[in-house]
Design a protein around this ligand. Structure first.
Ligand code: NAD
Length: 481
């Protein structure tokens, strides 16, 4: 069915189109941006405590409405357990940032006397960008739409968010929550739509946070460059893990499996390349296969099992074609295999592939599925070289016999976040440490640690002359230092 001016949304468990969104016109996006921008002035001028109390109220409302949000998100993701955690995760995240905000902002403020001109004092002023635009992907629909917006709201920005057109159902219940906190509704709004709406958003905001693929990221960066507005890009990955000869094989296999198949492998920092020292390779693969075969699909009951369907049907075709390409070039599928249609949804069992090389797309292109291609290495230098032989550099992992051994290898991997003695630990540092991505995996400052708030503030300096201007010998002389 084709309904004019709407976009169809597919249910990933049934394959049916059972939801439609109506993207705003370019003029509507402009009008929304104008309203947010006008309200932002008072939002930024209010004391920090006011903004924090409004956001804490929002956290309470989100928690009360968790069931409606979970239900909507789950219809788009085809998974239940992860979507169930999303609203509580948002409330937790808001409160966490609110607790840290005053300290982060106080530490960023500088004042003192110039070391070059001792008659001059200075103080800094942090001034928020008026309007943040967020463009987010489909793999964690709610969380990735708010991850940058909450710190920006704390900083004093207004925010206009465009989530993926593949997973927009959570927007209606979330907008109901926003409406219940009128002070927030003035400075936070969602629009639904695809690339065109994304471009309209970029045309009306002052700073952009984009999470998505490298190809779209490039278009977003180009559009922002034309407007001379800053953009933060969080893009794809092809994360490696190195398992050394001295590693505990059982623990390593568990960590690799979890890091590869969690959320059906649809995480930017999923493991997608597994390098194992040749002496333990066969034993490791046997164990990985055994553990993989114990994993159950979330089918037919969404509440049971571990792995849901592909959220975006086209992604299943990408993963299937990478497996075909690998097999055609000599790879062996040890367990799992191409996607299967179950009740209209596209599912893939944890898939272990051996005899892979860097000539296969499976080892070079982002996969975004529950696939574990395993490759042997002889020396540590070779393992590091293989890990770094990629155009990505989001994150990675090392599992070794000791923390020191893992640290030594981890320091040589060119990526933003390296998990040692485990995998996919990146979210652990959300509030604490900063990290940036290497190569094509991203651009701009960290979305983690203090930078997550501070990057939304322009830094001004106010300088006061305390010296005697009349003591100057000539009009062109600088005041006495
Ligand atoms: P995508 O690039 O296809 O789409 C992302 C967003 O961009 C969507 O909202 C889409 O509507 C919008 N968009 C599309 N064309 C646009 C245009 N021309 N101008 C402006 N906006 C446009 O990505 P996706 O398929 O939704 O998400 C999967 C990708 O996201 C993967 O590559 C994954 O690695 C990446 N990702 C990265 C991170 C990270 O933190 N680095 C996190 C999650 C996902």
């Amino acid at each position: 069915m084709n309904i004019p001016n709407t976009m169809p949304v597919q249910n990933p468990r049934t394959g049916e189109v059972d939801y439609y969104i109506t993207p705003p016109t370019a003029q509507e996006v402009k009008d929304i941006a104008t309203r947010l921008r006008a309200n932002q002035v008072a939002w930024a001028a209010a004391p920090l405590e006011h903004r924090l109390s409004v956001l804490r109220k929002f956290a309470d409302v989100v928690e009360k409405n968790r069931d409606a949000i979970t239900k909507a998100e789950s219809l788009d993701t085809g998974r239940w357990r992860i979507s169930k955690e999303a609203p509580d995760g948002l409330a937790w995240s808001i409160r966490g940032w609110c607790d840290r905000a005053a300290d982060i902002l106080a530490r960023a403020h500088l004042e003192g006397t110039s070391t070059i001109m001792p008659n001059v004092t200075y103080r800094t002023q942090l001034k928020p960008y008026p309007l943040l635009g967020v463009i987010s992907p489909w793999n964690f629909p709610l969380m990735l739409s708010v991850i940058d917006a909450i710190p920006a709201l704390i900083a004093g920005c207004a925010a206009l968010i465009k989530p993926s057109e593949v997973t927009p159902r959570f927007v209606a219940p979330l907008m109901d929550c926003i409406a219940q906190v009128p002070e927030l509704a003035g400075v936070l709004h969602y629009v639904v739509g695809g690339g065109e709406t994304g471009q309209a958003l970029i045309g009306n905001v002052d700073i952009v946070c984009f999470t998505g693929s490298v190809n779209t990221g490039r278009k977003v960066a180009e559009a922002c460059a034309r407007r001379f507005i800053p953009v933060f890009l969080e893009l794809g990955g092809k994360d490696p893990v190195i398992v050394t000869e001295n590693a505990d094989i059982d623990k390593a296999a568990t960590a690799v499996l979890r890091g590869s198949v969690f959320a059906t492998g649809q995480i930017c920092f999923s493991l997608e390349r597994v390098y194992v020292q040749e002496k333990i390779h066969d034993k490791f693969v046997d164990l990985l296969v055994k553990k993989s075969e114990e994993i159950e699909l979330n089918y037919p009951d969404v509440h049971k099992g571990h792995i849901g369907p592909f959220i975006f049907g086209k992604q299943a075709a990408v993963v299937d074609s990478q497996l075909d390409d690998a097999v055609a070039h000599g790879a062996k599928i040890r367990t799992g295999g191409k996607s299967q249609n179950l009740g209209g949804g596209l599912y893939m069992r944890p898939t272990v592939v051996t005899d892979v090389t860097h000539d296969m797309k499976l080892m070079t292109d982002e996969t975004f599925g529950p696939v574990m291609p395993v490759m042997k290495y002889k020396t540590e230098a070779e393992a590091v070289k293989l890990a770094n032989e990629t155009e990505f550099g989001l994150s990675g992992a090392v599992i070794a016999g000791s923390e020191d051994e893992a640290m030594k290898l981890g320091q040589q991997i060119d990526a933003g976040g390296i998990s040692l003695q485990d995998t996919i630990l990146t979210t652990a540092i959300l509030r604490d440490a900063e990290k940036t991505s290497f190569n094509f995996s991203g651009l701009g400052g960290s979305r983690m640690g203090p930078a997550s708030i501070l990057r939304f503030l322009r830094k001004k300096a106010l300088m006061t002359q305390k010296g005697d201007l009349t003591a100057m010998k000539s009009l062109t002389e600088l005041p006495a230092a």
